[in-house]
Write a protein that binds this ligand. Structure first.
Ligand code: ATP
Length: 239
């Protein structure tokens, strides 16, 4: 259902103990979009993603996924509904093989024949993972580990893919490769919420974007609008 609202977040408040980190956040993501969330270190971007995936509880507000209230849906059940996160820092299992890491991405699913087909599909998207399938994940380069983390997420058959800083620590050419894959996933119909400190590339890729500052959405617009916004150019693009 291209264009239909997939994720709706209203007046979201999330805290760590007594410290409120997200204040009344409103965000909406439509099916088929790439939406980028940019903001400085510590703005609350990762916290927002973890609240969406259910790893961090919300204190107040509403969150709906395809019209369903997420408040009482546990994190593992959200994966089953298609909300799948690629965490910051990849978090691959370094002393397990590439193949076993991919297999783990399918832990919420049943049929093993389908799972093998999906592993093949991941290998065709990331040929390097096929080549290194019997290597330990810890032996991969940073870019390859990012590909593995994305491949592992794809194994859960996401409808909404949450990407937390995929470009972090990677060389420019590898970043381009990763962003190209994000674009391909969109072309295949996936909906993507991309969190990035790398604002220029993230906004260039995005249909729409949001700017988060100290836990509040301060700007939103199309990727183009935000890229040409004075404030964004000064604060996030170094212009
Ligand atoms: P980064 O890019 O550095 O991850 P971010 O925008 O993702 O930044 P968050 O990681 O969401 O920001 O952090 C938002 C705020 O919450 C920060 O002030 C951070 O110190 C605080 N914070 C994050 N995790 C915890 C935690 N587990 N306990 C307490 N405070 C936390």
């Amino acid at each position: 259902h291209e264009g239909q609202e997939m994720l709706s977040i209203k007046n979201l408040v999330t805290s760590y103990g007594q410290i409120e980190v997200l204040h009344d956040v409103d965000i909406s993501i439509n099916a088929g979009e790439i939406v980028s969330l940019v903001g400085a270190n510590g703005a609350g971007k990762s916290t927002l993603l973890m609240t969406i995936s259910g790893l961090q509880p919300m204190d107040k507000g509403q969150m709906q996924f395809n019209g369903e209230d997420l408040a009482k849906v546990a994190a593992d059940k959200r994966v089953g509904k298609g909300i799948v996160q690629v965490p910051e820092g990849r978090q691959v299992f370094k002393d397990m093989t590439v193949y076993d890491n991919l297999l783990l991405g399918a832990y919420t699913r049943g049929k093993s024949t389908e799972i093998q087909d999906d592993i093949e599909r991941v290998y065709s998207k990331f040929p390097i993972l096929r080549q290194k399938r019997y290597n330990l994940a810890g032996e991969l380069s940073g870019g390859q580990q990012q590909m593995l983390a994305m491949g592992r997420a794809l194994m859960a058959r996401p409808r909404l893919l949450l990407l937390d800083e995929p470009s972090m620590g990677l060389a420019p050419l590898i970043i381009e490769e990763i962003f190209e894959i994000v674009r391909e996933l969109k072309d295949e119909g996936m909906t993507i919420f991309l969190v990035e400190q790398n604002a220029s590339q993230a906004l260039a890729l995005a249909d729409r974007g949001y700017v988060l500052e100290t836990g509040q959405v301060v700007l939103q617009g199309t990727g183009k609008e935000l890229l040409s916004n004075e404030k964004v150019r000064e604060a996030y693009l170094g212009m």
